[in-house]
Ligand binder design. Structure first.
Ligand SMILES: [Zn+2]
Length: 258
C-alpha cells in the first residue's frame, strides 16, 4: 500500500513546504482521505485516478480542495467523483459548501457523460468498500462529528485518526489489527497550548503520549500529521523529547510504502 501525505503548499524551488495547513492523505494514488489540499497538490496521475474521497469531518482544512478538484475535472469526468461521508457530513457539505452561494451544487449538475458528483453514506463502525480498499470508520472525539479510519487493501492496513482529542474506540480497534502497518495520528498544538487543544478537540504531545498508552501494539510506526504550521518545530521537539519508539512526524509530501 502506498500512502502519501499531500503537501499543503510548495516552496519557490518546487519542493513541498514543511508547513501543513491542509489535510489530505492519498492511498495508492487512487483514494483520498480528506481533501484539504487535493486540488492544489495532487500529481497528474492522482488527478486522473482519484474518484473517491473519504471525509473524516467537514472542517475547512479537510475539505478546502474538494470544490476546485471537481471543478477542474468537471468537463472531463466520465463518471462522478464519489464523496464518502456520514449523512451529517454530506448534509453539511450540501448546506454550507455546494449550496449555489459558496460553490455550485455539483450534485445537481451533469456533464456529457452524466453525474459529476455522487454522495455515498457510511456509518461509524460499519466497514465499506472503496475501490480496492476496505474502510472501517470509527467515531473519534472532535467537533463536528468526526471519524478515524482503518483502511485495508487485503494485505496490510493503516490507521488514520483524523482530528481528535482523547478517544477510546480507535485505539482499541487498532490494537486488535494483526495486519496493521502504521498509524497516522494528529497532534495539533504544543503542550503550552493544552487549553486551546482541549477547547478545539485536538491533542498535544503530552496528550498523545497518554493516548498511545491505549495502543497495545509494539513495532508499529506512528506518524504524526496535522501539526498546526505555526507550532510545527515546537511540537516536533516535544514529540522527540517523549522518546517513544517509532513515533515520528510525517513530512508533508512524504510517501510511505507498506
Ligand atoms: Zn478539525
Amino acid at each position: 500500500m502506498k500512502v502519501q501525505l499531500l503537501p499543503s503548499t510548495i516552496e519557490t524551488d518546487g519542493t513541498a513546504a514543511k508547513r501543513q495547513h491542509f489535510s489530505c492523505i492519498v492511498i495508492d494514488d487512487r483514494v483520498a482521505v480528506d481533501a484539504g489540499s487535493l486540488a492544489f497538490a495532487c500529481s497528474d496521475t492522482q488527478r486522473k485516478q482519484i474518484r473517491d474521497v473519504i471525509i473524516s469531518h467537514v472542517h475547512l482544512d479537510h475539505i478546502a480542495g474538494l470544490p476546485p478538484f471537481i471543478d477542474d475535472l468537471y468537463s472531463t469526468l466520465v463518471g462522478p467523483v464519489r464523496i464518502h461521508g456520514t449523512a451529517g457530513m454530506i448534509d453539511a457539505l450540501e448546506t454550507h459548501i455546494f449550496n449555489w452561494t459558496i460553490y455550485p451544487r455539483f450534485s445537481e449538475l451533469t456533464n456529457a457523460h452524466g453525474k459529476v458528483l455522487e454522495y455515498l453514506t457510511f456509518t461509524g463502525g460499519r466497514e465499506f468498500s472503496c475501490e480496492h480498499l476496505s474502510v472501517t470508520p470509527i467515531a473519534v472525539n472532535h467537533v463536528p462529528e468526526s471519524m478515524g479510519f482503518i483502511v485495508s487493501d487485503g494485505n496490510v492496513s493503516v490507521g488514520i485518526t483524523g482530528d481528535t482529542a482523547h478517544t477510546e474506540d480507535v485505539w482499541e480497534q487498532l490494537s486488535d489489527r494483526g495486519d496493521l502497518a502504521a498509524v497516522f495520528v494528529e497532534c495539533a498544538f504544543p503542550d503550552e497550548l493544552a487549553g486551546l487543544a482541549a477547547a478545539s478537540y485536538h491533542l498535544t504531545p503530552a496528550g498523545l503520549a497518554e493516548e498511545l498508552k491505549k495502543f497495545k501494539r509494539s513495532g508499529v510506526p506512528i506518524y504524526v500529521v496535522n501539526i498546526k504550521p505555526m507550532f510545527r518545530e515546537r511540537v516536533i521537539a516535544e514529540l522527540t523529547n517523549l522518546s517513544i519508539s517509532g513515533l515520528t512526524a510525517a513530512e508533508p509530501g512524504q510517501i510511505f510504502q507498506f
